[in-house]
Ligand binder design. Structure first.
Ligand SMILES: Cc1cc2nc3c(=O)[nH]c(=O)nc-3n(C[C@H](O)[C@H](O)[C@H](O)COP(=O)(O)OP(=O)(O)OC[C@H]3O[C@@H](n4cnc5c(N)ncnc54)[C@H](O)[C@@H]3O)c2cc1C
Length: 306
């Protein structure tokens, strides 16, 4: 980074496990924590100018960091400014979705409360098109539905894009196929009452409390495999009799078969081996090939992308 005093310091050899919900992974050789969108853009530009490999980290809730860590610059996005313009919520990309839900509730604005209880930064949410069941529990709501526009760092330039740029799909946005970085975004919310919004929050918390492993925010990366339309993923793993199967400290949750939990001291190698074991057993049992939905960060020997 330039030595400009308003840019955050660069730290060295920082353990990444504690910055992920899995609690797994080696250190970042370099790490910086931008506090606003300008510092975020500066960090990415610096890495590119230096030829340093870089990785943008939100809350680390959808990734597995390798045991040898990341040999480059990890940019831990702490750009969290947010403000309202009528029903529009303009927010920097490091904002935590839980905090945005609270802000919107204060203004009696609805649309983001459906994602309560899911660990995510705004940037991570747009990358993966964060989703959860609608109140009818029949359909799915996606964060992409409330995205109006965004500011990106793209090829070194700051550009404005609209909703359509993202091509939002299931577990997908255009961000998967570029190295563009979301600096900030505008979410279009709709007026609601405090009581209505709080009712959704309470119902979703209750549903999640029943369906998800109790410590999942501290020892998992959420669902490991993409669901197969009409079939699911957890159901296939359960049907193959794999709940409770372990490799080292990694275990298929007894609570929810599509979660791998770190029972303590699990390594990234344990998780990868368990993922491969599940893929083989489910394929043999049902004929379906499960595809992981989490991202791999750092060096994974013999690993290609999923
Ligand atoms: C207990 C638990 C429950 C979960 N439940 C759900 C659920 O119900 N629904 C659901 O959809 N997901 C769920 N997840 C998955 C996870 O919460 C989401 O994928 C979330 O959006 C990840 O956000 P993050 O900030 O942690 O991203 P990270 O894991 O930090 O990063 C994920 C990817 O996004 C990229 N990224 C992050 N910020 C930006 C940015 N500003 N610009 C460009 N790219 C960026 C990263 O580089 C990385 O490639 C769950 C996870 C856990 C642990």
């Amino acid at each position: 980074m330039t030595s400009a005093s308003d840019n955050p310091a660069i730290e060295r050899d920082v353990p990444l496990g504690p910055m992920t919900t899995f609690g797994i992974g080696g250190p970042a050789r370099l790490l910086t924590r931008p506090q606003n969108a300008e510092q975020l853009a500066a960090a990415v530009r610096w890495a590119k100018q230096q030829g340093e490999p870089w990785f943008l980290l939100g809350l680390g809730a959808n990734i597995l960091v390798g045991d040898s860590g990341f040999d480059g610059l990890v940019i831990k996005n702490e750009a969290r400014g947010a403000s309202f313009d009528g029903p529009r919520l303009r927010t920097e990309s490091g904002a935590v979705v839980a905090d945005l839900i609270e802000l919107a509730l204060e203004k009696e604005l609805s649309g983001i409360e459906h994602f309560v209880g899911i660990p995510s930064s705004l940037g991570g949410a747009l990358w993966q098109n964060l989703h959860f069941l609608a109140p009818d529990r029949e359909s799915t709501l996606y964060i992409g539905e409330i995205v109006e526009s965004a500011r990106l760092l793209s090829g070194g330039e700051v550009i404005e894009v609209d909703h359509d740029w993202f091509n939002f799909g299931y577990d997908y946005s255009t961000l998967h196929d570029t190295d563009d970085v979301v600096l900030s975004a505008t979410l279009r919310l709709t007026p609601g009452t405090r009581a209505e919004i709080e009712a959704v929050i309470a119902a979703n918390r209750q549903w999640r409390g029943r369906a998800h492993p109790p410590d999942a925010h501290k020892n998992s990366a959420g669902s490991i495999f993409r669901k197969i339309e009409g079939v699911g993923a957890g159901r296939l793993i359960d049907a193959a009799g794999l709940k409770g199967t372990r490799v080292g400290g990694a275990e298929i949750s007894h609570h929810h078969a599509n979660y791998i939990v770190n029972t303590g001291g699990a390594t990234a190698a344990d998780v990868r081996e368990l993922i491969e074991l599940v893929q083989q057993r489910v394929k043999a049992d049902s004929g379906h090939l499960l595809t992981p939905e989490i991202g791999l960060v750092g060096d994974f020997q013999n690993a290609t992308d999923w």
